[in-house]
Design a protein around this ligand. Structure first.
Ligand code: PLP
Length: 430
């Protein structure tokens, strides 16, 4: 499979190159040159397939020759060793729980898949790769966990000191081995700027092979198709049109769902639910794409003012606004609406949503005002324990610690405090 740069269709690379580079030299996102729908028989018989079998069929064409079938099977096995349950919480409403992985956020799937691919590629090249990533919270933990112990790969994570939750900080600072956490006195934007500067700094890149692990990397983006297909399989028995509502920030997750539909999965609509960072909802209203600085909210993993994967969604619909509009609904919600929804659902059903899932729930409910018979699935992208302060304040409940979290609570934090770019550079240049 070849991938082209969205800035220049004549520039194409293999799966392997796209994974190692992350982004094209012209700064375009990589996009598959061909998307071959799966045969109707696959969808007809999907109830008889395991998670592993579904995932393999979905991803094999995108990987192509670069990884052998046996290795790809192994990568899928180690990526998918946890459950993706659909929790029915009301009539025609179910939560697709994506938080049963090692760091309890959906990013585990993409991070693990990418870590395994990169580990496999560097194993054969004797050429160590350094993954450099900035995090505002969830990405760091998922990447650290996914890459832990992967040979030939070093991971350096930058996070803003004092601005990630206690649990998130433990998840990225307590692992050791090939993972280094750098605690930056500054904001997430400062961390991201340092990462960008490092990628452009020849003093670093001439001696160190750098790559990124955010959702623009195809190996993090594409495996997110898997759980939409699992949910499709598990909800077929209802015999209804299904709709996915996805709490969205950088729009990688929802874009993967739309890819699954391009493979032939039957879905009536997608709903992109956002917090007050409403660039896409506005675009769907007036066809004008106007990025703006991000605003801080209680669903902070979605505080994005210029969603990088949205160009991929536009490409999927051949940049035809009217066609996109028939397929995608998008709504934004305030923190107050989010908390009210958390409270209402908890009161009426006992179900505890995290603030991100709650935004997805709101998007679904808004859609169902006009389409009451659709079977709605909203993605619960993180376990509520990861956003304990908001959940506790809003619902006045205490949550037990899941084993994945308990495990990191008494480990010792190791981080390297830095305050400027030179300190990062000194660390990266051997
Ligand atoms: C990253 C994240 C999101 C946003 O996902 P995108 O793919 O960036 O749209 C939503 N919820 C949680 C909990 C996240 O960590």
């Amino acid at each position: 499979m070849r991938y082209f740069s969205l800035n220049n269709k004549n520039h194409t690379v293999s799966f392997k190159e796209a994974v190692i580079k992350g982004i094209a030299p012209d700064k375009g996102l990589y996009f598959p040159a061909l998307i071959e729908p799966l045969p109707a028989s696959f969808f007809k018989g999907i109830e008889g397939l395991s998670n592993h079998e579904v995932a393999f069929r979905a991803i094999e064409q995108f990987v192509g020759e670069d990884i052998s079938e046996q290795t790809l099977q192994e990568i899928i096995t180690s990526t998918l060793d946890f459950e993706f349950p659909l929790a029915a919480i009301a009539e025609n409403v179910a939560a697709l729980e994506l938080f049963h992985g090692p760091t309890m956020a959906f990013k585990d799937v993409g991070a693990r898949f990418m870590a395994n691919c990169l580990g496999h590629f560097s194993e054969r090249s004797n050429n160590e790769v350094t993954v450099l990533v900035a995090t505002s919270g969830d990405t760091g933990g998922a990447v650290a966990n996914g890459f832990l112990g992967v040979e030939g790969v070093k991971v350096v994570i930058l996070y803003p000191s004092g601005k990630v939750s206690d649990i998130q900080e433990r998840q990225l600072t307590t692992l050791g081995q090939n993972i280094t956490a750098m605690e930056v006195s500054g904001t997430f934007d400062d961390c991201q700027r340092m990462v960008k500067d490092a990628f452009l700094d020849e003093d670093i890149t001439k001696s160190t092979k750098l790559t990124s692990a955010n959702s623009i990397n195809i190996a993090r983006w594409l495996p997110q198709m898997f759980y939409y297909l699992f949910a499709y399989r598990d909800s077929k028995k209802w015999g209804k049109d299904i709709v996915f509502s996805v709490p969205s920030g950088n729009f990688g997750n929802i874009c993967a769902g739309m890819m699954a539909r391009h493979l032939g999965m039957l879905v009536k609509h997608f709903v992109a639910a956002t917090n007050v960072n409403d660039v896409v909802p506005n675009y769907m209203k007036n066809a004008k794409y106007e990025p703006k600085p991000s605003l801080a909210t209680i669903s902070n993993a979605m505080d994005v003012g210029d969603p990088s994967n949205f160009v991929r969604i536009q490409e999927l619909f051949e940049n035809d606004f009217e066609r996109l509009k028939q397929n995608l609904f998008s709504f934004s919600f305030t923190d107050k609406e989010t908390k009210d929804a958390m409270l209402k659902v908890h009161k009426s059903t006992g179900y505890v949503m995290d603030p991100h899932g709650a935004v997805g729930y709101l998007g679904l409910r808004k859609y169902q005002e006009k389409h009451p018979n659709a079977y709605g699935i909203f993605l619960e992208t993180a376990h509520p324990i990861k956003f304990l302060d908001v959940v506790k304040d809003t619902l006045n409940v205490s949550l037990g610690l899941p084993s994945q979290i308990e495990r990191v609570m008494d480990r010792k934090k190791h981080s390297i405090p830095i305050s400027n770019y030179e300190e990062l550079k000194d660390f990266l240049v051997p």
